[in-house]
Ligand binder design. Structure first.
Ligand SMILES: NC(=O)c1ccc[n+]([C@@H]2O[C@H](COP(=O)([O-])OP(=O)(O)OC[C@H]3O[C@@H](n4cnc5c(N)ncnc54)[C@H](OP(=O)(O)O)[C@@H]3O)[C@@H](O)[C@H]2O)c1
Length: 253
């Protein structure tokens, strides 16, 4: 592992090195929320309307490792609809090995489920989320969401959890994840969900990829919220790839 002023060259890191660099805290007594985003150098969260347009090989490797480590992938319904989210794929041997080392993963090697936050429950039962998943997808929604939509999702094999009346508060969301015993939380966005969780001081860390590209245009940034806040963060590491990609890990101070 070659260190240059606290930065690490990605080339030469093994999967085990990466897993250690991104391990969740060992003993968790509550959900620990890690967010993962990619941004262009000029701060865009999308290119061509999707985050995929910003992905680089290094970003894809870390994205996959973060999924391997997590108990659950939390995502806002806007992202699920925009990106046509399917279930997570994971290597069962790797998930078991990570579990045995106490870094994350899963005892039986199962992939982490996707948990979608939606006030409206407006998720298509025929969408990839429901039809292309090997772990039971979870929809965290409200009592006010139309009953027929919730029933259609249940019929499509989704676990529907009501965690609020007309919206789900960050506290209600974390309580629902705790009740499901899902503590290693990987939040993959989008900007509205991330901004709301930041505003409520419910984000423990941010993994941010800066893709070596400028995109201009009117794309959003990675966090959007009703109020401005000032959350100091501490740098945990910087990984550098040869193509210019910079991968950072930031923890709440
Ligand atoms: N650069 C990146 O790494 C990255 C990552 C993710 C996404 N993205 C991009 O971001 C865009 C989508 O993000 P977005 O900000 O528009 O949407 P989002 O944050 O993914 O989802 C917003 C939706 O989540 C639900 N929601 C949020 N807060 C809620 C609450 N308190 N209670 C209940 N439901 C709640 C609502 O769903 P309902 O409307 O169903 O009620 C809301 O419309 C896409 O273009 C995607 O490609 C980029």
């Amino acid at each position: 592992m070659q260190r240059i002023h606290n930065a690490i060259q990605l080339t030469g890191l093994s999967d085990d090195d990466l897993a250690e660099l991104y391990a969740y805290p060992v003993r968790l007594d509550r959900p620990w929320v890690r967010a993962n985003f990619v941004s262009s150098i000029d701060g865009a969260a999308t290119s061509g309307g999707l985050s995929e347009g910003l992905g680089t090989p290094a970003d894809k490797s870390v994205f996959a490792m973060l999924r391997e480590l997590a108990d659950v992938i939390l995502v806002g319904a806007g992202t699920v609809r925009a990106e046509n989210y399917g279930g997570a794929r994971a290597d069962p041997r790797r998930r078991r090995a990570l579990y045995d080392r106490g870094l994350g993963g899963h005892r039986d090697g199962a992939p982490p489920p996707i948990a979608v936050l939606t006030a409206s429950a407006a998720i298509e039962p025929g969408s990839r989320l429901c039809t292309d998943a090997s772990a039971t997808p979870i929809v965290i929604t409200t009592a006010a969401a139309p009953q027929d939509r919730k029933q259609q999702l249940r019929d499509a094999g989704v676990r529907v959890v009501e965690a609020g009346d007309i919206a789900v508060t960050p506290k209600g969301l974390l309580r629902a994840l705790e009740e499901l015993q899902l503590r290693r939380v990987l939040c993959e966005g989008g900007p509205h969900l991330f901004g709301e969780l930041l505003d409520a001081d419910a984000i423990d860390e941010l993994c941010l990829t800066t893709a070596p590209v400028l995109v201009g245009g009117t794309a959003r940034r990675i966090s959007l919220s009703a109020h401005e806040f000032h959350t100091p963060m501490a740098r945990r590491h910087i990984l550098l790839d040869d193509d210019g990609t910079i991968l950072t890990r930031w923890a709440r101070r």
